[in-house]
Ligand binder design. Structure first.
Ligand code: FMN
Length: 223
């Protein structure tokens, strides 16, 4: 365990209504990995907190639900957020989308509170875990793109992505690509995984990873 992981807080949000579904399985695997690595992590189901969409704020109050608690008390203090969502019509679930939309009522407008909210929305580590029926990678690309743009907009680091297939509850465990193991690893490495996203002027070395220890000098060994 390292001290960096101890001080970081990971929020895992599940955007499916199914508590025993495939997105939840991805989230629970990530939670196991995070906890094993000593990271403080919390898993929440979005629809325990959100019961309505973003209203026209000039004419209507926000829905009477627990979104403010989810956003202000769990999301803003977190250093990282892993979104676990099913693919619904080649996009994220409405629960997951509403999580992002409803944040508008906290960061829009002038004044110290929106400023504080915007400051805390930036600079997080973000991850995505997706469950779909189709195995075709393109089925989830719309969601990947949306999270990528959210990360760019909020100066956050999109550090990892897992996609698995299943339809019946928990069936994702049978996906031979082992998305649950990948989610567990993502949870464990959430705050330590190497992240790079270059611009033309970014100073860089030629190698991405530290050189492997020198191979045995046995004559005839590989160069
Ligand atoms: C409304 C709805 C729309 C769906 N749309 C798609 C889709 O476009 N592509 C796909 O691969 N699976 C689609 N699915 C299947 C789910 O993504 C799949 O069953 C997933 O494992 C459900 O995750 P969960 O167990 O976390 O709810 C859809 C399911 C529902 C209920």
């Amino acid at each position: 365990m390292n001290s960096n992981q101890q001080s970081n807080r990971l929020l895992i949000l599940v955007g499916s209504p199914r508590r025993d579904g495939n997105s939840a399985a991805l989230g629970k695997a990530a939670l196991r990995g995070a906890e094993a690595a000593g990271t403080a992590a919390t898993l929440l189901f979005i629809d325990d907190y959100i019961h309505g969409f973003l209203p026209d704020l000039r004419h209507a109050r926000a829905p009477a639900d627990r979104y403010a608690e989810l956003f202000l008390e769990h999301f803003l203090p977190a250093d990282g957020m892993l979104l676990c969502t099913p693919v619904y019509w080649y996009g994220m679930s409405a629960q997951a989308k509403a999580f992002f939309d409803r944040s508008f009522s906290h960061y829009a407008g002038a004044g110290p509170e929106p400023q504080r909210v915007m400051a805390r929305m930036t600079g997080k580590r973000l991850g995505l875990a997706v469950a779909s029926e189709e195995t075709y990678p393109g089925a989830a690309l719309g969601i990947v793109h949306q999270v990528q743009e959210y990360a760019r907009y909020t100066h956050s680091d999109f550090v990892g992505y897992v996609h698995g297939a299943g339809n019946k509850r928990g069936e994702i465990a049978r996906d031979p690509r082992q998305p649950l193991a990948a989610a567990q690893t993502l949870g464990a490495e959430f705050f330590t995984r190497k992240y790079s996203d270059y611009r033309i002027e970014t100073p860089r070395r030629h190698n991405v990873w530290e050189a492997a220890p020198a191979l045995s000098s046995t004559p005839g060994g590989l160069p």
